[in-house]
Design a protein around this ligand. Sequence first.
Ligand code: AVJ
Length: 320
Amino acid sequence: MTLIDVHLTPDYTSRALREDARAGLTADPKWLAPKWFYDARGSELFEQITRLPEYYPTRAEREILQARAAEIAELTGAHTLVELGSGSSEKTRLLLDGLRDHGTLTTFVPLDVSETALREAAAAINADYPELTVHGVVGDFTAHLDKLPGDAPRVVAFLGGTIGNLLPTERETFYTSVREGLEPGEWLLLGTDLVKNPATLVAAYDDSAGVTGEFNRNVLRVLNRQLGADFDVDAFSHLAVWNPENEWIEMHLRADRAMRVLIPEIGLEVDFAEGEEMSTEISAKFHRYGVEAELGKAGFTPGAWWTDTEERFALSLWQA
Ligand code: AVJ
């Protein structure tokens, strides 16, 4: 059985894009938010990134899930798996298999802002796990965590290290709203990339095949298509920098020449100086002590901490 709850109005995404583009392109320094990378082409480029030799996080997290899915089922006794982000990936299936084999799972709840991605994910999982109720939610994980369906105990999975895209204050708000959306005794399963040698980190975000550069520039294509902008995409260079104070990777787009960009749908003219850098993503990296401090502050109790054999990535379990 498949059910879909829609918590977003049809124009939610286009309004949010307009507001973000206005705020970021009139700021100094300029920024664009990483959530706008993921149109069809951007999602395909990200899939390619996950297969690059330099981009270790996907493989490291998969290794942990393969080793620990049964243990996650045992520890949580989950009846419901909620996945933030659409969730029909191989990693989702590793978790679903572990929980199903344990015999307690009844419901899968994928949550995504994209109704198309959500319906595809829900249908794919429904086809392969016909005994589960698939109850999808079209929503924003920064706003609709109080409306999660499914019978308790639920496990909310936030995988891939996407938490690293949030600023520290945004992470605090996110963790608190997850905890408030859960009943005491329910669970959060969190994937976090770990601080390591900067050369390894920079290579993961600046691959030799140039896929991450294409992914980064894709945000300009999204603005060209959605807002009628006239960015000369090829006039921007991809940069990936390790910020040691904040322990995050920053991706930037650097204007290779001075230019004026018109964005008619939001009535903006934006000037770039030659060499001007615009921030497009932060991807924070973590230490165990930092994750424990942040989750503890949000009211979670530690359940488990697992890493891959090379200790590049962590998967951790937290009880509300
Ligand atoms: C999907 C957010 C986990 O931050 O590593 C990959 C996105 N950006 N390469 C990450 C990304 C550049 C990725 N997340």
